[in-house]
Design a binder for this molecule. Structure first.
Ligand code: GUN
Length: 282
């Protein structure tokens, strides 16, 4: 058996096409704040700007040298919160080493109505309530949910096993799957018998950032495998899943690159549209 390959591009294209008329009608604006020149961030920001341009979403890219001070960054955030022309903004992560310990303060300073990354406590907290309150979900979990919907993969009653407990992927995707009726297990670096857990998964989500760590022997026959990991290796970009062996046992699997990645930018754009609509009605 060879797995169905779950490509992100057709899903992202469909979502972007459906958002285009709303972008035209509502005319939202996204500001991307970038500090320093982290190579991965450069590439992600380029992709975000390109997709925004393709759907006609207004953008502004504010760049700062790596040495920028916390007060200058916080003043920028306060100005963006106050600027009524700005629908939403994101501060691209990671920040340079001297600012990284202040990431929680930076995220906390963003007005929840403009937090289109969905990283703040208000937007994350609302996700605990139900699907009805997932207004500004983080882009990667939202992208995974959209892919499962597009490829008609049932979630209700399934056992979803998530490897990774980050605030931006592992924890929010756990809540979104729980909201949709899955039984959810969250595994992490302290999990004692990881294989015993992953073997139970109907839907296995790997979000660790350790190339090839999910091997064939850890996957149940017929499982749906979603790979969120992206590692730069000497052989190019690699996911957390050993794709070549796992594809022979899974029923469906996302490739890296070309799987979840393309979805994240589309989800960010959807959040800009949602944020604009909600600001108009508040
Ligand atoms: N760095 C990697 N992914 C993201 C993201 O979705 N948002 C922000 N702000 N930084 C990131």
């Amino acid at each position: 058996m060879s797995a169905l390959i779950l490509r992100g591009a057709p899903v992202a294209e469909a979502l972007l096409a459906s958002l285009k008329s709303e972008v035209t009608a509502l005319n939202p604006k996204l500001v991307i704040v970038q500090v320093g020149d982290d190579p991965a961030s450069q590439s992600y920001v380029r992709q975000k700007l390109k997709s925004c341009e393709a759907v006609g979403l207004r953008t502004e890219h504010r760049t700062f040298k790596a040495e920028v001070t916390l007060p200058v960054l916080m003043k920028t955030i306060a100005d963006l919160n106050a600027d009524s022309d700005v629908t939403g903004f994101i501060v691209q992560l990671p920040l340079p080493a001297h600012l990284q310990p202040h990431v929680p303060d930076v995220i906390k300073a963003i007005d929840p109505k403009k937090d289109v990354d969905g990283f703040g406590a208000y937007n994350l907290g609302k996700m605990f309530l139900s699907t009805d309150f997932e207004h500004l979900p983080p882009a990667t979990p939202a992208g995974i949910i959209e892919m499962l919907r597009f490829y008609e993969i049932p979630v209700e009653g399934k056992h979803a096993v998530i490897v990774g407990r980050s605030n931006i992927v592992g924890k929010p995707i756990a809540m979104m799957l729980l909201n949709r009726g899955a039984t959810v297990t969250v595994c992490h670096s302290r999990t004692q018998d990881l294989k015993a857990m992953t073997k139970q998964a109907d839907i296995l989500i790997a979000a660790v950032g350790k190339a090839g760590m999910i091997t064939k022997d850890m996957v149940k026959k017929g499982a749906v495998v979603i790979d969120v990991g992206v590692s730069r290796t000497k052989d190019g970009l690699k996911g957390d899943v050993d794709f070549e062996s796992v594809k022979d046992i899974a029923s469906a699997i996302t490739p890296v690159p070309g799987g979840v990645g393309p979805m994240t930018v589309a989800s960010l754009i959807r959040n800009c549209v949602t944020a604009k609509k909600r600001q108009m009605h508040s």
